[in-house]
Ligand binder design. Sequence first.
Ligand SMILES: NC(=O)c1ccc[n+]([C@@H]2O[C@H](COP(=O)([O-])OP(=O)(O)OC[C@H]3O[C@@H](n4cnc5c(N)ncnc54)[C@H](OP(=O)(O)O)[C@@H]3O)[C@@H](O)[C@H]2O)c1
Length: 257
Amino acid sequence: MKDIAIGIIGGTGGMGKWFADFLQKEGYPVLVSGRKTRMDIPTMVEKCQVVIVSVPISATREVIEQVGPLMKKESLLMDLTSLKVEPVKSMLRSSVSEVIGLHPLFGSSADSMAGHKIALCPVRAQKWLDWLKDIFIRNGADIIETTPERHDELMGLVQVLNHLNSIAMGMILRESGLDLRELKRFATPMFNTKLAIIEKVFTNNPRLYAELITLNPNIHKIIDRYGKTLSDLKASIDKENTETLMELIKERSIWES
Ligand SMILES: NC(=O)c1ccc[n+]([C@@H]2O[C@H](COP(=O)([O-])OP(=O)(O)OC[C@H]3O[C@@H](n4cnc5c(N)ncnc54)[C@H](OP(=O)(O)O)[C@@H]3O)[C@@H](O)[C@H]2O)c1
């Protein structure tokens, strides 16, 4: 099946380029487009049996609505978006092709997909699903088949809560007025690990993190819960009572003690 041509819209950016390089190494002809490339969407769809959308989350729906109606029934439309409900809905609505939503649960700095997870939403998939899974399994990825709704619910914790927490901590560090070098001189190993994560969120791709948070359909539930938890913590600390805080930590632990 190596004569299958694959088109990646957004294939000049981080994750799209990662997949373009990967699929080329797998032996497939890959065409890429970005806003500044000459390749336009109709030409790409005409030449490719598989099209992958990998543009910023906020632009995904508009791009899918351009590409979807051009896809043929026997072709495959996929996306790499970090959220799945809205993109998958748009792909199903705008095309007659097979549709698989993907979310690589790793960043574009990964050397390979070996040992990494890929969430897969095969919502209208028949002949292409085995082809895709075979590529990922051969390359050592751990495939998680799920629904778009379940995926976005879990990403509410894995990404929204996680990055929100890093952003809040980074902002407090800045507001403390302390010099970063001095802070690093006093860093424990755990703090160093956290600092490296916070640095990534603040310097890597702020748009991606901001969109992951604001566009997750569960954002309001999570931010309310985050606020309430901070208030509960503050209430127990205001009592200046170690026992109360310790009880709170024990009571609200996800781990069995
Ligand atoms: N980066 C990651 O670690 C990661 C991990 C998992 C999933 N994802 C997902 O991958 C997708 C892309 O993220 P990214 O980090 O790779 O973004 P990125 O580095 O900013 O790349 C975005 C790509 O989309 C193109 N583009 C931007 N706006 C467009 C538009 N309106 N129409 C057509 N093309 C457009 C860009 O082309 P120009 O630059 O030429 O405009 C570029 O090729 C997102 O949905 C994200 O959730 C990213």
